[in-house]
Design a protein around this ligand. Structure first.
Ligand code: NAD
Ligand code: G3P
Length: 313
């Protein structure tokens, strides 16, 4: 089946490069004036197997469409172009929770394209690593097993290894929630609280991720896999992560480029609203939501998290 990627940012472009090892790939972007070298992936030239286009009608002739747009842009994009997306195999790569609907990308897609086959591709992967052909392992989640197996074959390459799961909710929530915790880890390092505090944030953050995701129907083992713990580990420990760097800037009291995609900031607000609605305790996410909107100081957030009532682990 032919493959097109919708969204020519860092990740869409990196996926196009990787998947073109298997055959021709179309990459659609609203701004493709950069030609064959995307400035978000400097020094990397697109292979000949990748066709870049700004013509959405042409790109959506493909049967499999990978949606590589930021989570907060996805809902409007789907609604605007619904007529081109029906009956397709739609694979979301966005790592976030929609702030207005309080749902992940797969639910947004299902609402707009009820006849589409829906999958999620997620896991520990920096666009620059994938684009350079470095070995990477991802999770491909799809509730329909035949489609999951077909997508796994279609999108795996010798350096991009996909594991499959039917747990779409767990996979997409792992990818969304780890961004929130990565901001918190960045704050800890930026503020100089140290590596021990970062380990605590990762571990207690993972507990929060698991609490919300399992409440919404995810399998705990999905959270412990590549899309959850795997991506959490990567994003909380690498300055390649935009979420981590955003947190670092908050921790240092420095400005951060508002044009950079930082999925965890909006997702922290969505998670906080969702947790309140569901009656769940998500204190780290709540502090990240406050910090990223300027609603609390780093000192207040640290004191709040450290002086909550003592409890069992
Ligand atoms: N960059 C990574 O390393 C990486 C890795 C895995 C997953 N992701 C996820 O992939 C998603 C995209 O991230 P990215 O790194 O490519 O971001 P990016 O900022 O590099 O690119 C986003 C792209 O989306 C386009 N876009 C935004 N709104 C749009 C709209 N309404 N219509 C059409 N195009 C629109 C922008 O023009 C841009 O090309 C995010 O959810 C991110 O979490 C990123
Ligand atoms: O740069 P970030 O923080 O958006 O992270 C990119 C990927 O999600 C890492 O898996």
């Amino acid at each position: 089946m032919s493959v097109a990627i919708l969204g020519a940012g860092a990740f869409g472009t990196a996926l196009a490069i990787a998947i073109s090892a298997n055959g021709p790939v179309t990459l659609w972007g609203r701004d493709i004036s950069w030609g064959r070298e995307n400035p978000r992936l400097p020094g990397i030239t697109l292979p000949d197997q990748v066709t870049v286009t700004a013509d959405l009608q042409a790109a959506t002739q493909a049967g499999t469409l990978l949606l590589a747009l930021p989570a907060q842009a996805l809902g409007a994009f789907l609604s605007e172009h619904a007529d081109l997306l029906q009956d397709k195999w739609l694979v979301s790569t966005a790592k976030g929770i929609d702030l207005t609907r309080l749902t992940g990308p797969s639910t947004l897609i299902a609402e707009v394209c009820p006849k589409a086959t829906i999958a999620v591709l997620t896991g520990p992967s920096f666009a620059a690593d994938i684009a350079r052909g470095l070995p990477t392992a991802l999770t491909l989640a799809c509730a329909e097993d035949r489609a999951a197996q077909a997508l796994q074959q279609m999108l795996s390459t010798p350096v991009l290894r996909l594991y499959r799961t039917p747990d779409v909710t767990g996979a997409e929530l792992g990818g969304a929630l780890k961004n929130v915790i990565a901001i918190a880890a960045g704050v800890v390092i930026g503020a100089g609280f140290g590596d021990s505090a970062r380990a605590a944030i990762i571990t207690r953050g993972f507990a929060e991720m698991t609490r919300l995701a399992t409440h919404l129907g995810a399998r705990p083992e999905t959270l412990a896999g590549l899309s959850g713990l795997g991506d959490l580990t990567l994003t909380c420990t690498s300055v390649q992560s935009r979420n981590f760097r955003f947190g670092q800037a908050l921790g240092k009291g420095e400005d951060f480029d508002p044009a950079t995609t930082v999925e965890g900031a909006a997702t922290a607000r969505a998670v906080t609203a969702l947790a309140e609605k569901l009656g769940l305790d998500m204190p780290i996410a709540a502090m990240v939501a406050k910090l990223s909107q300027g609603g609390a100081s780093v000192e207040h957030a640290a004191e709040y998290l450290m002086t909550r009532p003592l409890k069992e682990e």
